[in-house]
Design a protein around this ligand. Structure first.
Ligand code: 5GP
Ligand code: MN
Length: 339
């Protein structure tokens, strides 16, 4: 990992401040994990702190220490707006562009607070005053650990902060199966275990808490809705609004569905297209050198990481899937050899 200079950020926080932590829409384990780890750490440093998310987070994250103190912009607009406008410092965790906050992003743009990014996506935007940013790390939660360490505060790392960091690392690495070929990541996990987290229990809380509907939706997605295109080393799944209704879709229920499409031998590109909240939510995953960040940015106005990206399209489900299929021939040779 390139050396990150934490000092300018540490200097900003040398007196008690009013800090707001914001994270991206459809918050995942790393978004909530990194935000709550920062929240709990800043409380220990005597700051006034508020975490704000654009929309609700999945139930399988609603065990994390501090989760009850999170404000949801969509349903608590007045309170969230007031907190953003009153803050001295705004931390942006686990995203690289204020557009990823939807409407809440406009309020953050209006705020005069110092805006600090802590994130591991490619191409951070210029909207931030200070940046702790590198793609060469497992997760934003790992960067929170680095930040606490660089601040000389590892003695403040307790079981609650450690649990949030661990949850962020395992959810962003598919339980340590990708984006984690770093000695440092495993050293950090050793530290987290040392301060008393129960890694097995955290894994159960996140992955062994499916509803029956969620599991049946996954089964349906794979048995009925999976399209495999061997010539293009591509597989994709399409879920309509009707499909989601049929299985009583709850936020987070389709997390990881796209990974099953990628798990097929010789499949190097996988996609999930889902009709949700009046838009088409797309998830892309890839193996090796095929960059789905580039692919999503070039054709779907989305982005993310090299091997995991997403987009929100205002085109219809049929149009979005057709565009995807039409693009494949021009990527045929790239998709053939990704290693
Ligand atoms: P997911 O498919 O799990 O929703 O997202 C995968 C990755 O892509 C995440 O790192 C997420 O932050 C990023 N991502 C998802 N949707 C979008 C989007 O609409 N725009 C951008 N720029 N990134 C996205
Ligand atoms: Mn992340």
């Amino acid at each position: 990992m390139e050396n990150i200079n934490f000092i300018p950020v540490i200097q900003q926080l040398s007196r008690p401040l009013s800090i707001v932590i914001v994270t991206h829409t459809n918050p995942d384990g790393d978004a909530i994990g990194s935000s709550l780890a920062l929240f709990l750490y800043f409380l220990k440093k005597n700051h006034k702190v508020q975490v704000i998310v654009p929309d609700p987070f999945p139930d399988f994250l609603a065990w994390m220490p501090g989760h009850k103190d999170v404000l949801i912009y969509k349903s608590q607009k007045t309170e969230a707006t007031a907190a953003i406008l009153k803050a001295n410092v705004i931390f942006a965790a686990d995203f690289n562009n204020l557009n990823r906050l939807n409407d809440a992003g406009n309020v953050v743009k209006q705020s005069k607070a110092i805006k600090i990014l802590i994130d591991h996506h490619l191409y951070p935007s210029d909207e931030f005053d200070l940046k702790i940013s590198t793609p060469e790390t497992s997760s934003t939660s790992e960067l929170v650990f680095d930040f606490i360490e660089a601040s000389g505060d590892l003695h403040l790392l307790d079981k609650n902060i450690a649990a949030c960091i661990y949850a962020g690392i395992i959810t962003d690495t598919g339980s340590l199966s990708y984006s984690c070929n770093y000695v440092k990541t495993y050293n950090i996990i050793a530290e987290l275990i040392r301060v008393g987290i129960d890694g097995e229990q955290i894994h159960r809380l996140i992955y062994d808490t499916y509803s029956e509907n969620r599991l049946r939706l996954l089964g349906y997605a794979i048995s009925d809705q999976l399209m495999v295109l061997p010539d293009y080393h591509t597989a994709y799944i399409v879920l309509t609004a009707g499909d989601l209704r049929r299985f009583d879709y709850q936020i987070g229920d389709t997390e990881d569905v796209v990974n099953y499409a990628l798990s097929i031998k010789n499949i190097n590109l996988a996609a999930l297209f889902m009709e949700r909240d009046g838009i088409v939510k797309v998830s892309f995953r890839s193996k090796g050198h095929f960059s789905v960040d580039q692919f999503a940015r070039d054709h779907f106005d989305g982005g993310g990481h090299n091997n995991a990206s997403g987009a929100n399209c205002s085109t219809s489900l049929t149009e979005t899937v057709s565009l995807f299929r039409e693009l494949l021939p021009r990527y045929q040779s790239k998709l053939k050899s990704v290693y």
